[in-house]
Design a protein around this ligand. Structure first.
Ligand SMILES: NC(=O)c1ccc[n+]([C@@H]2O[C@H](COP(=O)([O-])OP(=O)(O)OC[C@H]3O[C@@H](n4cnc5c(N)ncnc54)[C@H](OP(=O)(O)O)[C@@H]3O)[C@@H](O)[C@H]2O)c1
Length: 249
């Protein structure tokens, strides 16, 4: 398969790209900046290709016309932490939504339209987060983007089904993995007590290896089943389910 992955210069996206290339897919691992692209391009193989793609830059989206991608993995994201009132005033809530939601949705819609124009089927993976179910104080900007992304993925999937579009939509919900992403999120939390609480929480929850979620994503890409939701690690998915059942809003 020809597979495009956004935000693949590091973390889960990078690990996924390497596993998929090992499995002989043609993988286009996209890097946010020229600098991250330069850093990665020497690692290219006949199966693993690097490209520069900043999802908020409309001109970068032309990569979709280069290759008929069988699957796009919308993995790029940013994490802005801190007091909601302050972050709204500073325009940071908007910034977090711009990358995680609007730019992601623009890329997806462009891909679906290209598939329709060329009369081919396609697959869309959307990386949301288990955190999107928890109203976490001081992490609200980021968490709310993921709640929105989860809802949009569900709606997009239903609309594609109702209209018989040959587009398969898969929702990926990772728990906490130690990629540096959560530390970036916490770095925005200025309140010392909350920062320390967050540090402890991630210390307890974060998985050092990404293979549990990467394996789920590989399954979502390679399988032709209609399964929609892929979560890992297992115990965090279970805890989230319990929270969904027992929490009273
Ligand atoms: N790690 C976790 O615990 C966890 C849990 C749940 C969900 N997730 C989700 O997984 C995704 C990636 O997280 P990760 O843990 O793999 O961390 P990561 O390595 O920091 O991955 C995020 C990637 O997105 C890229 N990116 C940021 N803005 C971009 C833009 N405008 N255009 C293109 N790429 C952009 C980053 O590039 P630069 O670094 O160069 O900016 C980085 O490569 C995120 O969507 C996150 O919400 C992570």
């Amino acid at each position: 398969m020809n597979i495009l992955i956004t935000g693949a210069a590091s973390g889960i996206g990078y690990d996924l790209a390497r596993v998929l290339a090992y499995r002989h897919h043609q993988v286009y691992a996209c890097c946010h900046t020229e600098a991250s692209y330069e850093k990665r391009k020497s690692e290219e193989t006949p199966y693993l290709h690097f490209r520069k793609l900043d999802i908020i830059k409309i001109e970068d989206l032309s990569i979709l016309e280069e290759i008929p991608f069988d699957c796009i993995v919308n993995h790029a994201g940013i994490a802005i932490g801190g007091r909601l009132i302050d972050r709204v005033e500073e325009g940071k809530l908007e910034e977090n939504f711009e990358v995680n939601v609007w730019a992601t949705m623009r890329l997806i819609i462009r891909y679906i339209k290209d598939c329709q124009k060329e009369n081919r089927s396609g697959k869309v993976l959307i990386t949301s987060s288990l955190a999107g179910y928890f109203p976490l104080p001081y992490l609200g900007c980021y968490v709310s983007t993921k709640t929105t992304l989860t809802m949009l993925s569900q709606i997009l999937r239903r609309e594609c089904k109702l209209e018989n579009l040959p587009i398969s939509v898969k929702l990926i919900q990772p728990g906490a993995y130690h990629t540096g992403f959560n530390q970036l999120l916490l770095s925005g939390v200025e309140e010392e007590k909350m920062y320390q609480k967050g540090r402890k929480l991630f210390f307890l929850l974060e998985q050092n290896e990404t293979h549990t979620i990467v394996n789920k994503m590989v399954k979502a890409i390679e399988s032709s089943s209609s399964k929609f939701l892929y979560r890992a690690p297992c115990y965090q998915a279970f805890l989230t389910k319990c929270y969904q059942i027992f929490s009273k809003v």
